[in-house]
Write a protein that binds this ligand. Structure first.
Ligand SMILES: Cc1ncc(COP(=O)(O)O)c(C=O)c1O
Length: 432
């Protein structure tokens, strides 16, 4: 793997001794694990993590960018679909597999320990939750199914969702509607959002005496940021359960789940959190466990882990989340937010000079920092995706929904203004 030393033989003991050194050590276990001596204290590998950037500029983030192993010349601006882990995360996955292949029995136990003792506590701390409220999933879709399918409901009960849900936030409710006679109603939410009051008023107007729960995105696929705290507080006043899809929110800005006040929250770790592909989490608030019936244990859930499918899991992938979390902790989510905003502000400013361009992202308080959507007269969004790859070697996505034929550009910390300039040239060329 580029940027990372290779080795011929793998030293499992050194590998896990390193990870036991704590989150900074654990985060680096993939980098040089195989060259370690088997005895002696674990080395301090914290120098391999990037320094915390001092400002949002490209210069300040260049050392962070250097951690990503994307092929040279390609600009990746489709993070809202799938993000990119840094090289050390890819190495951590590889080393986990090496550990389990070299010594399956101990390798498995060591990886399980890593997940229980490092990954889950760090995850809980990062997102302001208790460790017993968290469980790991393969992605947000799995978590959304677990939270929606486990909600205690009776035939005739109603659930309100919005017109902006991802299929993963929609399908599990269709299952319940079809099989159990639950009424699912969609609250129309305009794109872009109008205001916090408007969102709440639209929900309030749809509530009936049979309504039991509200489910909505923290950030939609189009990058619209919902007033989650306010909506959850509103739901509580009506004694409704609140279920949130955080797939697009987690990793773009700091999130404190207890402060948000939701009852359930589902997220991806492989979009904005630098996690390896196939990682996500489910949060069920401890005080809300009586509202969610676990699928996999006979009685009421006593811990969040009981909501997740049991059995052998992709331990090397999950254990590598220790590395992603250490990386995020080092650069700081508030700095990620500022950096993402810095880049999307520059993109928006550049788009404002483009004839026939309509920006569809809302203002700061109602938009995610990293995702920008816009329509361009004379350019079909679906066709723009391969065109931009061909003309500017830049990956973007279409957003043909919510009544738009929009292009979505989702920039993360490793993108640069130069790449945005190249995207703009590509957009000009694509239209001509
Ligand atoms: C809003 C939203 N929810 C859920 C998902 C599903 O996420 P995952 O791919 O992790 O299952 C996505 C993916 O794009 C999304 O944008």
């Amino acid at each position: 793997m580029a940027n990372s030393p290779r080795c011929d033989s793998f030293d499992r003991r050194a590998f896990f001794r390193t990870s036991a050194a704590g989150i900074a050590g654990a985060s680096l276990m993939g980098m040089t694990a195989c060259s370690e001596e088997t005895d002696g204290p674990a080395p301090d590998r914290s120098a391999i993590l990037p320094d915390t950037p001092a400002s949002p500029t490209d210069e300040a983030w260049a050392p962070v960018r250097a951690h990503f192993i994307l092929e040279r010349g390609t600009a990746y601006m489709n993070n809202a679909s799938l993000g990119m882990p840094p090289g050390i995360v890819a190495e951590a996955v590889a080393d986990g597999y090496r550990a389990i292949s070299t010594e399956p029995l101990h390798g498995k136990h060591d990886l399980q320990d890593q997940i229980a003792q490092v990954v889950l506590p760090t995850l809980a701390r990062t997102f302001g939750a208790d460790v017993t409220e968290m469980s790991l999933t393969r992605n947000a879709t799995e978590a959304l199914h677990l939270q929606s399918l486990s909600l205690a409901l009776s035939p005739g009960d109603e659930v309100l969702i919005t017109t902006q849900e991802h299929p993963a936030g929609h399908k599990p409710w269709m299952v319940r509607a079809t099989r159990q006679g639950i009424t699912v109603r969609e609250v129309f939410i305009p794109s872009p959002l109008v205001s916090t009051e408007d969102v709440i008023t639209r929900f309030a107007a749809e509530i009936t005496e049979r309504t039991r729960a509200v489910a909505f995105c923290h950030v939609t696929r189009g990058g619209h940021r919902y007033p989650v705290r306010e909506l959850c507080a509103f739901a509580r006043t009506r004694e409704l359960v609140s279920l949130v899809d955080g797939a697009q929110a987690v990793g773009q800005f700091p999130i404190d789940l207890h402060d948000l006040g939701c009852d359930a929250y589902s997220a991806s770790m492989h979009k904005w959190m630098f996690g390896p592909v196939g990682t996500g989490f489910l949060y069920i608030r401890a005080g809300a466990r009586d509202r969610f019936i676990p699928e996999f244990v006979p009685g009421p859930a006593t811990t969040g882990a009981e909501y997740a499918p049991p059995g052998t899991a992709d331990f090397p992938v999950r254990a590598a989340l220790a590395t992603s979390l250490a990386f995020v902790e080092r650069i700081g989510l508030e700095n990620v937010e500022a950096r993402c905003r810095y880049l999307s502000d520059y993109l928006k400013e550049s788009l404002s000079g483009l004839d026939g361009c309509t920006l569809l992202s809302g203002p700061r308080e109602r938009s995610a920092p990293g995702s920008t959507i816009f329509q361009l007269d004379g350019l079909n969004a679906l066709e723009s995706v391969p065109l931009l790859e061909e003309l500017a070697r830049t990956h973007i996505d279409e957003h043909q929904r919510d009544g738009h034929d929009a292009i979505r550009v989702s920039t993360h910390v490793y993108n640069t203004r130069t790449e945005i300039d190249r995207l703009m040239e590509g957009l000009h060329a694509a239209r001509s």
